[in-house]
Design a protein around this ligand. Sequence first.
Ligand SMILES: [Zn+2]
Length: 399
Amino acid sequence: MKLLKIFLLFMISATTLFSSVTLLKKVTLQKGELRLEFSQSYDKKQIRHFTLRKPYREVFDIKNTRLAGKYVGKNLKSNHCRSLRVSQYKRNIVRVVIETDRSYVCTPYKPLFSWKSYHIPLPKFTLNPTARSSRYASRKSLKTRKITKKHKKNKPYLIAPTKSYHKNELIVIDAGHGGKDTGAIGGGKREKDLVLQIAKKVAKEIKKRGYSVYLTRSTNRFLKLSQRTRIADKKGSVAFISIHANSVPKKHRLTAHGVETFYLQNTRDAKSQRIAARENAAVLKGAGSRLSKKVIIDSVLNGPKIVQSNKLAIDVQRRIITNLRCSYKGVRDGGVRHAPFYVLVGASRPSILVEVGYISNPRERKRLFTQKYQKLIAKGIAEGVDSYLNNRKKEIDIE
Ligand SMILES: [Zn+2]
């Protein structure tokens, strides 16, 4: 069994390496069907169809495929389903979930002469309003849900999370450096000032989406490592985001630019190590000998948060880049990497560090200090966090 798993894993990675990725361009609801449109013709073998129970779900895993954009498959509603969800389940797997009251015969097909489409029939029955509702609904909304006369007449209701839905989810935003620790300096501008400006905007954007937010600092003050991590570990916080700006020595200042997001993991990648060393220098000064490097890193590496931190990092990085590129040319996507940042160490929840740009690069520095650029970054981070947390809820779809 184990061998088979390894073999399958090998096959999957081989497919990923050697064939180009299909994009899922559009998902629409037409004539009682969910219609998927891909960027290229696909092989039916790419799609794994299975069902899950309690609640009843038809699930489709489409391998070697990515969502073409963040709005693909969003806000799909049908009177015949509890919910319709389309998500980037894994890096190269798109998952489509149709949740209903009870089982139905679902025979998806590839329409004739339409090599890029895949149609999934939805159930024909109407939902039973008194049936057990979706487990994705929060308790609170279950209580406050009203089954009005309208519903009794077989009109379905959809439980849309309200804004207060996220109120109990606390996000900690950490503006790097502060006080005597200026962080990087470029063209007379200081990292500690930039990241505080951005952190405040991020907090505002995240609040707008209904979450609670905590800032590790809201003024120009120095924080010890232990203070930062204590705040990060604040009860109830679901994500920790540290904001920094990058810098390189003078001879590279024109070539190094772009956005990078890190999650904590020990790494041999020389570049990640260099950046981590620079960011760590100040916090380690105050850390004391009790925190031996190995102990800290071991405690985190053995924790379960790395996978989640990686996912959070991917979502945040993607949204920042998308937002910036809408308005600015030449924004470099430095990607998601891992690095042993000490600031993330104490955090026992998904934690990432965003290097929003290079303060050493003249063009990027100019942009970084404008309201517009900062707002786009802040919006990107907030969207990434929101998307990550929503996808986490969908992970209940795991078999
Ligand atoms: Zn920094």
